[in-house]
Write a protein that binds this ligand. Structure first.
Ligand code: SAM
Ligand code: SF4
Ligand code: SF4
Length: 349
């Protein structure tokens, strides 16, 4: 198959470009968030199948040659992968990659922030769902709020700007903390993004009544903090940004990611690569596409790129929209044990 002359021509069946690659660098995590890893024990991916940094770098090259220009490192907890700054440096050295970011729970960020920044990591998103220590312990099953807060400070001290805070809002768990989290973000010039609770793999205790919708979040924020102004979407035409953005009278800007009640599949330019080289065209895709096999069998970069492009142009996925249209039930623990690739912490959030 011949490759396109311009990466911009890699469009799927809904004319969505291939732009954004989320790379899950490990399926392991040091937290056990109730909405992601409610079990204590998991079936982990086999160590010998985990891609080396050089292998990930080769796959990123192939993706870049067919249009990817943004990479986000995620997991599991990406900071559990030793010497991650080495992977950041490999990716940051690629001229085609204009943006390299990472999503982290920040627990060990104080140990790594400076090295990651020096290696070329551009931006950080820190996941933090509560500012209450007891709640944090209940929600993550680890007593680590003070370490996570130290991680937030470490990002600033290392010189990161534009850091964002991701908060999954769950009814009866942390839905009374929106104003407090916004104040926390404002004091640190960090934009908070509230995420609707999603029925992704791993969220085995999900139910619609625990979802706090974007509409309800806005009503609560307005009643606690006054008028909320809607801003233009942050997407610039070159990126499909899922967050709707808002501003309070005091200038505080925040986002809401309404993945459950108002999915953004129509403009979705993201796909996910697991740490054992399986490529998922949608967060909800049942099956991945094996890239590790061809890579380890000696496929050239052009062959890998052709495989990627061939699958992307056939992409029809609109997973969250489909789930909105039909009655939904979360995945079962036994299904997840049988195929750990269905887990959010494996395919990357
Ligand atoms: N461990 C890192 C962290 O938590 O930032 C990176 C991986 S985590 C899977 C990535 C993001 O997915 C986090 O912001 C997390 O809050 C989000 N996430 C996980 N399960 C979710 C769910 N059921 N609904 C909404 N967001 C979820
Ligand atoms: Fe929580 Fe992220 Fe770990 Fe999932 S991968 S349990 S969201 S810290
Ligand atoms: Fe994209 Fe799938 Fe999420 Fe829709 S559900 S926004 S297609 S990853």
């Amino acid at each position: 198959m011949s490759l396109p002359t311009s990466p911009a021509s890699a469009l799927d069946r809904h004319a969505r470009p291939l732009r954004n690659l989320r790379v899950s660098v490990t399926d392991r995590c040091n937290l056990r968030c109730a909405y992601c890893m409610p079990e204590e024990e998991y079936a982990w991916l086999a160590k010998d199948r985990i891609l080396t940094f050089e292998e990930i770098s080769r796959l990123v090259d192939a993706f870049a040659s067919v249009g990817v220009d943004r990479v986000r490192l995620t997991g599991g907890e990406p900071l559990l992968r030793r010497d991650l700054d080495r992977l950041v440096a490999l990716i940051a050295a690629k001229p085609a990659i204009r943006d390299i970011a990472m999503t982290t729970n920040a627990i060990t960020l104080p140990d790594h922030a400076a090295a990651l920044r020096a290696a070329g990591l551009g931006r950080l998103t820190i996941s933090l769902d509560t500012l209450d220590a007891e709640r944090y312990r209940a929600l993550t099953r680890r007593d680590d709020l003070s370490r996570a807060l130290a991680g937030v400070d470490a990002a600033r001290d290392a010189g990161f700007t534009g850091t964002k805070l991701n908060t999954v809002v769950m009814r009866g768990v942390n839905d009374d903390e929106l104003a407090r989290l916004l104040a926390f973000g404002r004091e640190r010039s960090i934009e908070v993004r509230f995420i609707e609770y999603m029925d992704v793999g791993g969220a085995t205790h999900w139910s619609m009544d625990k979802v706090v919708s974007r509409t309800e979040m806005l009503e609560r924020i307005a009643s606690d903090m006054g008028a909320v102004e809607t801003l233009e979407t942050e997407g610039t035409g070159t990126s499909a940004a899922p967050a709707d953005r808002y501003r309070l009278a005091d200038g505080t800007v925040f986002g809401i990611i309404a993945s459950t009640t108002r999915p953004f599949c129509g403009t979705c330019d993201r796909s996910r690569l697991t740490c054992d080289g399986q490529w998922y065209l949608c967060l909800y895709a049942a099956k991945g596409i094996d890239l590790a096999g061809p890579l380890r069998a000696g496929a050239s970069s052009d062959e890998l790129a052709a495989r990627i492009l061939g699958r992307w142009v056939e992409r029809d996925d609109r997973g969250a929209e489909a789930r909105l249209a039909a009655p939904r039930t979360p995945l079962d623990v036994s299904e997840l044990r049988d195929d750990p690739h269905l887990e959010m912490h494996t395919r990357g959030g």
